[in-house]
Design a protein around this ligand. Structure first.
Ligand code: 6OG
Length: 156
């Protein structure tokens, strides 16, 4: 199973999303993130991606969720989600991502992955979750990506 990470810098009731310029989810808003490389931990991967995509050095982060994604064409992804609580540097645009702040209670869900409206507000409120999402075609190769089924479990 392919491993990925997503991280959300949070401060003063706001979340920093990126408008993604390329790769999976191009054109959508998401957290910073990407693939976990060979020999890397998810913790290391989120630090690397935050630096590569928006130029911040992560000083404190919290693991909040494990997400599994499947589709009809064999995609299987395991994603670790972090809230980034402290960092050094001003988030800046790169050729991959344009950072933008949003109030936590007013996220642009209509321009995000369909699963986000199911789980993101819950982790922003302090919950830890494990969730599984089934899509038709995540890469959008044959069909417009649609979420078909979801299961969310609250972790103590
Ligand atoms: P790169 O192309 O940047 O990695 N990702 C998803 N995030 C959400 N919320 N929902 C999905 O539903 C996703 N599928 C992928 C994982 C892709 C980035 O996009 C995330 C990575 O952070 C299907 O290397």
């Amino acid at each position: 199973m392919r491993r990925y990470v997503i991280g959300y810098p949070v401060r003063d009731g706001k979340v920093l999303l990126i408008h993604k310029k390329r790769g999976l989810g191009r054109g959508l808003y998401n957290g910073v993130g990407g693939k976990v490389e060979e020999g890397e931990s998810p913790e290391e991967a989120i630090e690397r991606e935050a630096m590569e995509e928006i130029g911040i050095e992560v000083l404190r982060k919290e693991w909040v969720a494990k997400l599994y994604f499947y589709d009809h064409y064999g995609t299987a992804m395991e994603v670790d989600v972090f809230l980034i609580k402290e960092w050094k540097g001003e988030p800046k645009e790169s050729d991959e991502a344009k950072p933008e702040w949003f109030p936590m209670d007013n996220l642009p869900y209509d321009r995000m992955w369909e699963d986000d409206r199911v789980w993101l507000w819950r982790v922003l409120r302090g919950e830890r979750l494990k969730a599984t999402f089934h899509f038709n075609d995540i890469w959008g190769k044959y069909e417009t990506p649609r979420m078909l089924k979801c299961e969310v479990q609250h972790l103590e």
